[in-house]
Design a protein around this ligand. Sequence first.
Ligand code: MTE
Ligand code: MO
Length: 418
Amino acid sequence: MKSIPSKKKPFGVNRRRFLRDTALSSMAVILGTDIVFGHNLPKGMSILGLEDISASLPGKDGRLSILNDRPINAETPPYLLDDKITPGELFFVRNNGVAPVDVDVNNWTLTIGGESAKKEMVFTLAELKSKFKHYTYQLTLECGGNGRKEFNPPAKGNQWGLGAVGCSEWTGVRLKDVLESVGLKSNAVYIGYYGADTHLSGNADKDAISRGVPIDKAMEDESLIAWAMNGEDIPVLNGHPLRLVFGGWPASCSGKWLSKIVIRNKVHDGVKMTGQAYRIPCDTVGPGEKVADEDMCIIESMPVKSLITFPKTGGVISLKDQLPIRGHAWAGDQIVSKVEYSIDFGATWKSCEMSKPVNRHAWQHFNATISFPKVGYYEVWAKATDDQEVSQPMILPGWNPKGYLNNACHRIAIKVNK
Ligand SMILES: Nc1nc2c(c(=O)[nH]1)N[C@H]1C(S)=C(S)[C@@H](COP(=O)(O)O)O[C@H]1N2
Ligand SMILES: [Mo]
């Protein structure tokens, strides 16, 4: 009698054990330690976890807000994004599947192929590092769903607040140098990525996510295949040992645990490239309206946005003191031309001092010093405008079914005492 390979048995014992084991191994990653008697845990039962599991997200600061533990999703409260360059331990995490465990850096390979590649080539990490010139850029990554929690009617998916964004210094090789060394056919229009993470179901035949970008974006100088963040290994949850980084575009384009890139002769059709994922209605729709798949367009450059990273919301100052504020602003493929603040709920605006980006797709920094006219409760609002004269809206912009691109002004509360 022939036996069916265990992977194919849909509800077999092996598969159930496999699923349970993947769930436990992802909890072990969160805990940062082994679940010693995990194999004894009855089927269907999950472990309690430690009280403050965020403290144990490997490579992460204990103050990140955890949205989910399977897959792991964690965001950074705005006041923790105060550094000009986001430290690795404060960089948000957005996983669609289960991160690979025990990454073997010495045997890691990146395959470049696809129907519009002139040939298929496999590079080891060492070859990537030795064959191509290294570049370092500060690149802003923001999840397309950042700010989703404000949508009304609500949109399904991670209920991100403001902190699914960061700008770190990424080091790697230019994607274009690698693609050109393999050779692109003249019909190349898109690239797609594959990573070494696994689907939540544990089904090895399914990808957690496989997105990409048009060839023009892929060939930009700042589009990197990176192995370092802020001069160190990329944190495990952010894609160690290798990831794509496309600043200014939805971070979902920036494949983590990168194992393969395909050069496509059509728009890449991997997981979360099709249907309604990472797409918005091509034409504006009313709140709650249903939109047909063919009327949804892929999100490319992210909209202009800013965050007040100092002070923390809820601060108290005395009337005789002035309040310094500061933060960052970014605008996808554009540059931010000004940031203004308001202390009267948007009736009047004053300009902030602002820096130029150190390179394309790096966020810019702003600051101002505020005097308040009398004691009471205030909100400080910040509003950025890009070089196309497009400003952030004060409230939630165009509703869309999946809750993307909320770039409404950030507000903080301040109480002024005598
Ligand atoms: N392989 C792989 N790459 C991925 C993802 C993923 O789940 N698996 N998530 C994407 C999404 S939706 C986002 S927003 C960013 C998040 O990057 P970060 O976790 O480093 O912040 O990674 C993208 N790249
Ligand atoms: Mo995302």
